[in-house]
Design a binder for this molecule. Structure first.
Ligand SMILES: [Zn+2]
Length: 335
């Protein structure tokens, strides 16, 4: 661990144990109108395995849930949005989102959510429900993870990324940089790049499986407080698609979820958080009333229902880090 990071982490812990973020959260809501905080996660793992990307261990996830329960009224995203108009309950609201629909959500997150009676929304990529699929961003991480420590340079055509890879956090940073660039490329280009990267680097035999949730698990969870929303059919960056292609991704995934769960008005979540005015209007045209983005912040009664803000919580490996990120976000709210 770097010295600077170490000092910062100790400061965050100190703030947390002195109750600074908790104090801010408790007293902010008496002064302002109620707010809804949406926290987004991806994978929840049995223990923190170093070769799982965007993952948090079940133990840390439980610590997060405990902290959130102590400081917020936990609601489903859609109930939270309704409650923002119902006056100030004396507490702010928080909702859990899990993106992409990994099987580990059922195995490790769901038992904790049930134990604490906390609702959540899982956003499904409908073409991969029940499949043993490894997404390209996980394949990139697996390849980067298997690079030996030291300097690495990755040729991405228009730019070459130089990195020092001495520990896992530097590998995660490199995977994040590569994935961010790839998210704006067409599918065939992504596949070519990832296949070449794997050929060059992947040497780990035992890559963690990324088995996706099936309808059996989805239905069971749906009967016990978990809602499901659409994250498109294939997790394509919608901004790169023509109107007709984007509409197909939106409408078909919505239909599959609503038919299988006999529900209506499922929510939407933008893949890679990517949207513009064109995509927002297509989301509305497809019949969605609520869509979550990766814009940072809290939501209030005036927030745009098609670009709901959230906080990414999956990389926060302690409850104190979560508490500080929430308090920091709250202090920077305009309203
Ligand atoms: Zn996603």
């Amino acid at each position: 661990m770097h010295l600077k990071t170490g000092v910062k982490d100790v400061a965050k812990d100190l703030c947390y144990y002195l109750g600074v973020p908790q104090f801010l959260l408790r007293y902010s809501n008496f002064l302002k109108s109620p707010k809804l905080l949406i926290l987004n996660y991806h994978r929840v793992c049995s223990s923190f395995k170093k070769n799982e990307y965007l993952g948090i261990s079940a133990g840390i996830f439980e610590q997060h849930i405990r902290f959130l329960k102590d400081n917020f009224k936990m609601v489903s995203m859609q109930d939270g949005l309704r409650l923002l108009h119902a006056g100030n309950s004396g507490k702010n609201y928080a909702a859990i989102n899990l993106d992409d629909g990994y099987m580990d959500n059922y195995l490790y997150a769901y038992p904790i959510l049930k134990k604490y009676n906390v609702p959540a929304t899982i956003f499904l990529i409908t073409d991969f429900i029940g499949k043993d699929h490894i997404f390209w961003w996980d394949r990139v991480f697996n390849a980067v993870f298997s690079i030996k420590s030291g300097d690495a340079d990755i040729d991405m055509g228009t730019n070459i990324i130089y990195s020092k890879l001495n520990d896992i956090s530097e590998k995660i940073k490199l995977a994040n940089r590569i994935n961010k660039i790839l998210a704006n490329k067409p599918a065939d280009e992504i596949e070519r790049f990832v296949a070449a990267l794997e050929k060059k680097f992947t040497s780990i035999k035992e890559i963690t499986s990324c088995l996706m949730l099936g309808w059996k698990e989805i239905r069971e969870m749906n009967q016990n407080g978990i809602s499901f929303g659409s994250h498109t059919k294939t997790h394509s960056n919608l901004c790169l698609l023509k109107d007709s292609e984007a509409l197909e991704e939106l409408m078909d995934s919505k239909k599959v979820i609503e038919q299988n769960l006999r529900t209506e008005n499922c929510a939407f979540c933008y893949p890679f958080g990517a949207f513009d005015e064109r995509i927002k209007s297509l989301v509305q045209r497809a019949g969605f009333r609520h869509a979550r983005s990766t814009l940072k912040g809290f939501n209030n009664r005036n927030s745009d229902r098609l670009t709901l803000a959230s906080i990414g919580a999956e990389t926060l490996s302690k409850a104190s880090f979560l508490a500080n990120r929430i308090a920091f976000t709250l202090m920077h709210e305009k309203e």
